[in-house]
Design a protein. Structure first.
Length: 1725
């Protein structure tokens, strides 16, 4: 393939290499017309170098270009050899203090929350680490590409603008110095010449649009060679492009993917090369194929010369960028060249030309020139300003181009706005000199053209295209935000003027929003189509912050504020003109007050939620108070023009609308309205919507008679009749049988009362109440935390987006909350401090209804716990600012008293009236507020003031004639004892108490001191406390009783599935009772315990009774009864692997008899331990299978388990399983003969066995199968399960089709047993023996019994081969040498296959003897293995005087080994070292062997062994029937061992190893761990940003993903790195799991900060990363950007999941819990 491609590239002209740069430069230095010379040179050579064939050859092109094209330019520029010239320039340069590093995609960036002027100011990692900010509160994000490091920009940082690296010489260059002074005059002239020519050439050729001509250049190549160029767009998908290309240019899918990837990355790629006709043809096919639904893909047929020159043009721009890096002087010259006006006047500079053709350029070209702009214009402070002006002047055009363009913003020149507008001095300059604010707003208005008759925005016919454009338009709002980010510290008249002009434009914009999307209540039928509402709300949402910023600016200057206020008011009046036209005014009368208003019903007429002008005015009004302008210059304000009823009208309508929606009156208007109401209150909008409507009401009401306001409000709520007419309510509810209407009215009354509470109570904005910003934020936090303890991120989300959100919050959080650290799961939480609960207001206006009821419940519970009464009285409030002071009078107004009295009356008379408890609760709250108010007034009373707030007096007065209703106070006293108001009793009591306190205060204010009354209250409260205490105790007792009762009925009601825990408990109880029998057996009590051999400790048989989780019948585990099985999961595993690159060649031919000691792939079996009858399981499994097949046919969805592969979920715990293991009694008992006389020694035994084997070979032909069948003691059902599990192990372990006859089945079963024990042995250091481990016990016993259901001769054959590896015979040649055998696997295989020989043995040797000899033999082989491979470094220390017996013995053995190997073994003289190594090396083997024999024979382990201590070795030896001095084994059996050792050592492989020609595993094998992760997450981000896709040549990977097992970085979720696996395309991660983890993988997705678990191709889940921020939270998706640090405990937990083989199980649980995970295409990750 590669060779073919080479051939297609024509050989280049050798003459090219002879071109001398030096000579050419000399010629250029002489010439008069440099441009002509250069152009001629380029015209001739460029087409000879670039674009010589169908595929680009960038390396060759670059090489030649440097030699022939750029070389002369460099010579010319330097006037000498550039190898000397450039370093000179660099030396003479005074480097700028700007870092200016341009960010790569995915590179980490840092911002300081304390010092950054705005959040767009960022540092690169290097600068950050060298800055003071790393000690501050910083934020970390990954760059989306573009943008550069702001280090050194003094305007970007309040403090520490320089890092250590860029700090040098700061003192010298404070003053602006012209960098040109460092260059010679000649140099300046030459640079100017060559820059002007090359820059112009590049710009001309890149912006060239003709297809057959060149700008100012001759077409030297006239050949008919064209390219068919395919361009990128954002409309067509990858798949569409790939498919089309395959059709159009006849390429393979691979090539098409290559083309598509390049097009996506660079913006264009030639897909065909040849004559014009040939290219045209491809073009037409592409266009035809892609034009069906959308606009077609852009394709252009271009002459090869043009493409060549364009390629070189790009190269030149990059070159210029690197040249100016040598010198700031050169940079300035380039800037000058770029911004110099061309011959065509305005907008004709090269920079203008590039910017204005931005949208016509392809992505690659844009990126190159943007980068050049960033490294030139933006790095030179003088030219940055000039460039900013050019940018601002072209702003409208650039935005228009961007709207038409379909590329992402990141590749548009419009995105450079952030670099310019966020610089405070530039922004200020652009506002005053270029009127930027107005420009932006007007440009914005240009693009929103759909208006209704009144000139308001209209989004009714909102198409997808419009939505797309609208999203683009929103970027203008972002620009406006940038401009406003930094607020001016000083105002010039110019700035005032231009800001106010911008404000005018802004008001025009808001005016178009005022009243948009009006709605009318739908009666009768439901609306047919949900009206469009999202566009309007998106606009509002995006503008929210800008509106707030506008107000912030206004607040800074009194003159601006006054002007803005006037302008805003004027616009509002315009909006309201015609507001009362044609309406008959009506008059309302109540309690002797009367007011005139208009006739208007929200439920009948049009109403709109969008009132930005009113709301802006409300905001400004508050500022008048906050800045005290209202008090200082009242004469300058148009206060007299304000008409309070007009001000409140629209906000009031909007609030009434909300109330009516809540009361269910607008149900027929559909969900769109519900959504709008939701956002109106939501934290994203409320600041400039709901909050400001409340402020507007407060503003209006503060200027009105409260009685008038209340009457108007009643009228708007359509409740006027009810309260103005005595007894109307009574009549209303009796006459009106329609319960809905009654309910509706009740809700409306509740809502109205709530609104009054808010108007009077919400005074925590500076300017309304006498508070500061800190008080406001504190109150928000207190109320959020009143609901429940919250994590940092939750709190942040609950606060509006402004500077308060985080830094503001953090400044107060310590005062109001305590932080609680997270555990292994979950996150850190803030908990409200107890003393803050007294500030809790049940009717806090930002609570949603759900939050309010949760908070109420939580607070009442808390008070109960603290033994307080459960009243939640209103908190004491800060006083109003003077401008709003009159608001408190609402509470004591006549109409208010009437409303409260009426409702209390309803409650007193209780029956027959429509009233609700919430209504009463709100009235009580209002009463409480009024009392608090009066109390505060009295307490703050100074000499000259008279208390005008006389609420207590008013509520003591009975109603007037004629109805003579009782006083409010009297009614309260009645209600206090009403049985139906139990819940409110505490509150009523609180009100009465407070009333009395105030009365006393009033009396005492003249005479007695206040203390007395307080004493009384104290006394009273302590008495209350006693009572409360008694009550509380009774309550607790009652609750406990109730709980128990509930539990009991629960237990009876539910089936196990719904009550798993309980059921599990019972199971465990059963279990303990069963093992209890065993523990009490006297045999085991004192004697020495031995696990195997003739001396094996006899264990008393105990009945094992288990319960089936499916039918719940109990059954004993017996040989001849029905089988009981455990749900189990078998998987291939590489967890223990010491060689991850190894793969099994061909599963069909692979022989697993010997396990290699690198343990590269094993079979693991796990179980959740839940037991079933075999037949119950079978029935269950069949049902699942049938159900799943139906479901898959119907829904075509995946499940978390793969039924076709035999997978199912444990019916009890939903643990993923793929087979079952039968439960068996200890199998040895069945075959062991209890005759111990005259047992042979090892040598004798081996001889006997060898003879036996020989005999067997002779008997082969005879059918012994029948015999073994006779011998088989197991019931049919158990035999069936033995086969089932065996086959499953074989199938999964080898990845082959099931075949129960295959002779490898028993090997796989033994292997799984050995491997699983090894994994346990690795995890548990102190061997925890427990018969309760059902899984391992069953697994071992199963493996021991499996031979009874497989071919006897096959098993016998296996045994012979296995034994031959240690005891060679002539039949079995070519076996692995002892270095290449895992001895534990060998032991297990030998021991478990031995009964197959033994069952036909009549020599009278016991099975136990065989076990013991096999064990000893393997142990000795292992010792030799360890000694051969031990890499002991003899370091001379610890050469203790006397050597122990063990050390002497092991030294002797080692010396013998040296002899056998012909002295190839390293000489070691220290017995101490050898013994130490041996002991350490053999421990894991001994531990695993102990476990194995323990599970096999059921001999309990001595309790001392469970403690890992110095004696563990001795205990293990004793338990395993080994001498403590292991080498004694050799001495005892020296007759046979010497021969064996000699034969082992004479093996060729062993020799090669000793000669250093091959490698071998040494012992003890260390257990595998996941890779080490850095503490600071940004290290990983940095590592990932430097990682490029291994397949697409240096391209950055989009989803770099780290394998946590081996540390490989992968390019995930991308076409470039897809490979084929078993006939399917899979992503890099899935492919990697197959080599690294045999299908299971643990990854860290670095950009997402997310752990990924994969198992097989279809299963996966995300798991929380082990990185936490300071608030104890993870940041999945890296959205918050707090610094993240490794949490070692959480990482250990992940590691443990991996080591315990629980990854697949974890995925299963995650997928069961979250069905959406099932739908993800895991295989493509
Ligand atoms: Zn930097
Ligand atoms: Zn720096
Ligand atoms: Zn800082
Ligand atoms: Zn059962
Ligand atoms: Zn289970
Ligand atoms: Zn890739
Ligand atoms: Zn890996």
């Amino acid at each position: 393939m590669a060779a073919e491609l080479e051939a297609e590239v024509p050989a280049f002209d050798r003459s090219l290499l002879e071109c001398s740069a030096e000579e050419l430069a000399a010629k250029w230095l002489q010439t008069n017309d440099l441009q002509k010379e250069v152009y001629q040179h380029l015209a001739y050579y460029v087409p000879k170098i670039y674009c010589r064939g169908p595929n680009p050859a960038p390396q060759r092109e670059d090489l030649l270009a440097q030699q022939v094209l750029l070389g002369p330019m460099e010579w010319y520029l330097c006037g000498e050899d550039p190898a000397f010239g450039f370093p000179k320039l660099e030396q003479a340069n005074k480097p700028s203090h700007l870092c200016g590093r341009v960010f790569k995609v995915g590179e980490p960036t840092y911002s300081c929350r304390d010092c950054a002027v705005d959040p767009t100011c960022v540092l690169c990692m290097e600068c950050f680490l060298g800055s003071i900010h790393k000690e501050h509160r910083y934020r970390m994000t990954t760059s989306g590409g573009g943008g550069f490091c702001d280090c050194g920009d003094t305007e970007a940082w309040k403090e520490g603008p320089y890092c250590k690296k860029h700090e040098i010489n700061t003192s010298e260059t404070e003053e602006e110095e012209d960098p040109l002074v460092h260059l010679s005059e000649d140099m300046v002239a030459r640079a100017y010449n060559i820059f002007a020519i090359t820059f112009k050439y590049a710009v001309d050729i890149l912006t060239w649009e003709k297809e057959n001509e060149l700008p100012g250049l001759e077409m030297t190549e006239k050949s008919d060679t064209y390219y068919c160029m395919l361009f990128n767009d954002e409309v067509h998908t990858y798949e569409q492009v790939i498919y089309t290309l395959q059709k159009a240019v006849n390429c393979t899918q691979k090539e098409a993917i290559g083309f598509a990837t390049t097009v996506d990355r660079d913006g264009r790629r030639s897909v065909r090369y040849g004559d014009f006709q040939y290219c045209e043809q491809a073009k037409s096919v592409i266009v035809r194929n892609t034009s069906r639904q959308t606009k077609p893909l852009k394709v252009q047929v271009m002459h090869s010369s043009i493409v060549a020159h364009q390629s070189f043009g790009l190269k030149l721009l990059t070159w210029l960028g690197s040249i100016i890096g040598y010198s700031d002087g050169l940079r300035r010259i380039l800037c000058q060249v770029g911004l110099q006006e061309g011959p065509d006047g305005e907008n004709s500079s090269l920079v203008d030309k590039l910017m204005l053709s931005d949208s016509k350029l392809w992505k690659g070209a844009r990126n190159v020139y943007h980068q050049l702009f960033m490294s030139s214009l933006l790095m030179d402070l003088k030219y940055k300003k000039l460039f900013a002006i050019r940018f601002a002047r072209n702003y409208r055009q650039l935005q228009r181009d961007y709207m038409e363009d379909d590329h992402e913003r990141a590749v548009s020149v419009a995105a450079l706005s952030v670099q310019l507008f966020t610089v405070p001095t530039l922004a200020r300059m652009l506002i005053t000199e270029e009127n930027l604010m107005t420009t932006i707003i007007k440009t914005f208005m240009d693009h929103l053209r759909h208006r209704d008759i009144q000139g308001r925005f209209q989004f009714e016919r909102y198409t997808a295209l419009q939505a797309f454009k609208f999203r683009r338009v929103q970027s203008l709002i972002l620009d406006l935000k940038y401009v406003l980010i930094s607020k001016p510290t000083e105002w010039s008249d110019d700035l005032r003027h231009k800001f106010l002009e911008g404000f005018d434009a802004f008001l025009e914009l808001l005016k178009c929003m005022q009243g948009m999307d009006p709605i009318t209540r739908q009666v009768g039928q439901h609306i047919e189509m949900e009206p469009e509402w999202e566009a309007a709300f998106t606009l509002q949402m995006k503008l929210t912050l800008v509106i707030s910023m506008m107000q912030d600016w206004c607040a800074l200057d009194e003159k601006v504020l006054i002007e803005a206020y006037k302008k805003c008011l004027a616009v509002l009046m315009q909006c309201h003109s015609g507001f009362t036209d044609g309406e008959q005014p009506i008059v309302l009368n109540m309690c002797g007050h009367s007011v005139e208003t208009i006739r208007y019903c929200v439920s009948q007429e049009k109403v709109s939620i969008h009132l930005p002008v009113s709301r802006l005015l409300a905001g400004l009004h508050v500022l008048l108070s906050k800045t005290e302008v209202a008090y200082k210059f009242p004469e300058l304000l148009p206060l007299s023009e304000l008409s309070p009823p007009m001000l409140i009208e629209h906000p009031l309508r909007c609030l009434v609308l909300c109330a009516q929606v809540h009361a269910g009156m607008w149900r027929r208007n559909g969900f769109s309205l519900v959504n709008q109401i939701y956002y109106y209150h939501n934290v994203k909008c409320r600041r400039e919507m709901f909050d400001k409507d409340i402020v507007m009401l407060q503003t209006g009401v503060s200027m009105m008679d409260p009685n008038h306001f209340l009457m108007i409000m009643l009228s708007r709520f359509e409740l006027y009749q009810i309260f103005s007419t005595p007894d109307y309510g009574k009549r209303f509810s009796t006459e009106n049988t329609n319960k809905d209407i009654v309910q509706q009215n009740n809700t409306l009354i509740e809502e109205m009362l709530y609104l009054i509470i808010m108007i009077v109570g919400e005074r925590f904005s500076p300017g309304i109440g006498q508070v500061n910003a800190t008080d406001e934020i504190k109150r928000e936090i207190i109320h959020q935390l009143s609901i429940r303890p919250m994590a940092h991120s939750e709190l942040v989300k609950a606060l509006p987006e402004d500077e308060n959100r985080e830094t503001g919050m953090e400044s107060v959080i310590e005062e109001v909350a305590c932080f609680k650290k997270p555990g292994l799961t979950g996150r850190g939480l803030y908990e409200l401090k107890p003393e803050c609960t007294r500030n809790f207001n049940l009717y806090f206006y930002h609570f949603s209804r759900a939050e309010q009821s949760k908070a109420e419940e939580a607070q009442r519970k808390l008070r109960k716990q603290n033994r307080e009464d459960t009243a939640l009285p209103p908190p004491a409030l800060p006083p109003f600012c003077p401008l709003f002071a009159s608001l408190v009078n609402i509470l004591q107004s006549d109409v208010m008293l009437c409303i409260m009295g009426t409702i209390l009356q309803w409650a007193v008379e209780h029956n027959g009236y429509a009233w609700s408890e919430s209504m009463l609760q709100r009235v009580l709250h209002l009463l409480g507020m009024a009392l608090q108010e009066e109390k505060q007034h009295l307490e703050n009373l100074s000499e000259e003031n008279v208390v005008t707030f006389t609420f207590t007096q008013k509520i003591s007065k009975p109603g007037d004639a004629p109805n003579n209703s009782p006083s409010i106070l009297a009614m309260l006293e009645t209600l206090q004892n009403a049985p139906h108001l139990e819940v409110h009793k505490d509150m009523i009591r609180w009100i009465l108490k407070t009333f009395n306190a105030i009365k006393k205060l009033r009396e005492s204010s003249s005479t007695s001191p206040v203390a007395e009354t307080e004493g009384n209250i104290m006394e009273e409260s302590s008495r209350d406390k006693d009572k409360a205490e008694r009550k509380r105790k009774a309550e607790i007792a009652r609750l406990r009783r109730e709980k128990i009762m509930a539990q009991m009925s629960e237990m009876q009601r539910h089936f196990i599935n719904e009550n798993k825990e309980l059921f599990q408990q019972t199971l465990e109880e059963l279990d303990t009772s069963a093992s209890g029998v065993h523990d009490n057996s006297p045999v085991t009590s004192d004697a020495k315990l031995t696990a195997l051999g003739p001396e094996q400790t006899r264990v008393a048989e105990h009945r094992q009774v288990v319960m089936c989780i499916l039918c719940q019948e109990e059954q004993e585990v017996k040989v001849d009864s029905r089988a009981m099985v455990l749900a189990a999961f078998i998987q291939r595993s590489t967890v223990l692997s010491k060689n991850r690159s190894k793969t099994i060649p061909d599963p069909e031919k692979y022989d697993p008899l010997f396990m290699h000691p690198d343990l590269s792939c094993g079979t693991h079996t796990g179980s959740c331990g839940h037991i079933m009858h075999a037949h119950c399981w079978q029935r269950y499994f069949d049902a699942v299978q049938a159900k799943e097949q139906r479901r898959q046919q119907r829904l075509r969805v995946h499940t978390s388990y793969d039924v076709e592969n035999g997978e199912f979920l444990c019916p009890l715990c939903e643990c993923l399983s793929n087979t079952v293991i039968p439960l068996l009694p200890p199998p040895r008992v069945l075959f062991n003969r209890l005759d111990f006389s005259g047992q042979p020694n090892l040598a004798h035994w081996i001889k006997t066995v060898c003879q036996q084997i020989k005999a067997l070979y002779l008997l082969r032909d005879e059918d012994c199968a029948s015999k073994s069948k006779e011998l088989n003691p197991y019931s049919e059902s158990i035999k069936e399960m033995l086969t089932t599990f065996g086959t499953a192990t074989y199938k999964v372990g080898l990845k082959v089709h099931p075949n129960e006859e295959d002779p490898r089945v028993p090997i796989m079963c033994w292997g799984s047993c050995a491997y699983t024990i090894q994994t346990i042995g690795k995890i548990v250091v102190s061997v925890a023996f427990s018969l309760k481990d059902d899984c391992l016990t069953s697994l071992t016993r199963f493996a021991a019994a499996h031979w009874t259901v497989s071919s006897l001769s096959a098993v016998q054959g296996h045994f012979c081969t296995l034994l031959a590896s240690l005891v060679p015979n002539e039949k079995n040649g070519n076996l692995p040498c002892i270095l290449d055998i895992d001895m534990f696997h060998l032991l297990v295989n030998l021991v478990l296959s031995f009964p197959a020989i033994h069952c036909q043995d009549f020599s009278g040797v016991s099975l136990g003897t065989g076990d013991l000899h096999l064990f000893h033999l393997v142990t000795m082989a292992h010792i030799i293995q360890i000694l051969l491979t031990s890499s002991t470094e003899e370091n001379g220390m610890d050469q203790e005087n006397t050597s122990s017996e063990e050390e002497v013995a092991v030294l002797t053995l080692y010396k013998f080994l040296c002899q056998c190997t012909g002295s190839a073994l390293k000489e070691i003289s220290s017995g101490w070292h050898l013994w130490k190594n041996l002991k350490a090396g053999i421990m894991p083997f001994l531990r695993c062997s102990a476990l194995f024999f323990h599970y096999l024979n059921g001999v309990p382990a001595p309790s001392e062994m469970e403690v890992s201590g110095t004696n563990q070795f001795e205990h293990l030896c004793s338990y395993l029937s080994l001498p403590n001095n292991l080498t004694c084994l050799f001495q005892e059996n020296s007759d046979i061992m010497n021969t064996l050792i000699e034969s082992w050592c004479s093996n060729n492989e062993v020799k090669r190893y000793l000669e250093g020609k091959r490698h071998a595993i040494s012992y003890a094998r260390e257990s595998n761990k996941l890779i080490d992760l850095p503490d600071d997450y940004s290290c990983l981000i940095n590592q990932a940003s430097n990682f490029s896709c291994p397949k697409s040549g240096g391209d950055k990977s989009r989803a770099p993903t780290l394998c946590l097992v081996c540390g490989t970085m992968l390019c995930s979720q991308s076409y470039c790195c897809q490979t084929e696996l078993e006939g399917e395309d899979v992503g890099a991660c899935t492919a990697h799991t197959y080599t690294c983890g045999s299908g299971v993988g643990i990854f860290l997705r670095v950009r997402e900060c997310q752990v990924l678990f994969l198992a097989g191709k279809t299963k996966g889940c995300f798991y929380p990363p082990p990185y936490l921020d300071d608030y104890g939270e993870t940041d999945q998706g890296l959205r918050r950007g707090n610094p993240l640090h490794l949490c070692k405990e959480r990482f250990k937990k992940i590691q443990k999941l991996w080591q315990q083989h629980s990854i697949t199980e974890e995925i299963g649980h995650a997928q069961e819990a979250n069905q959406t995970l099932v739908g993800i295409d895991w295989q493509h990750l």
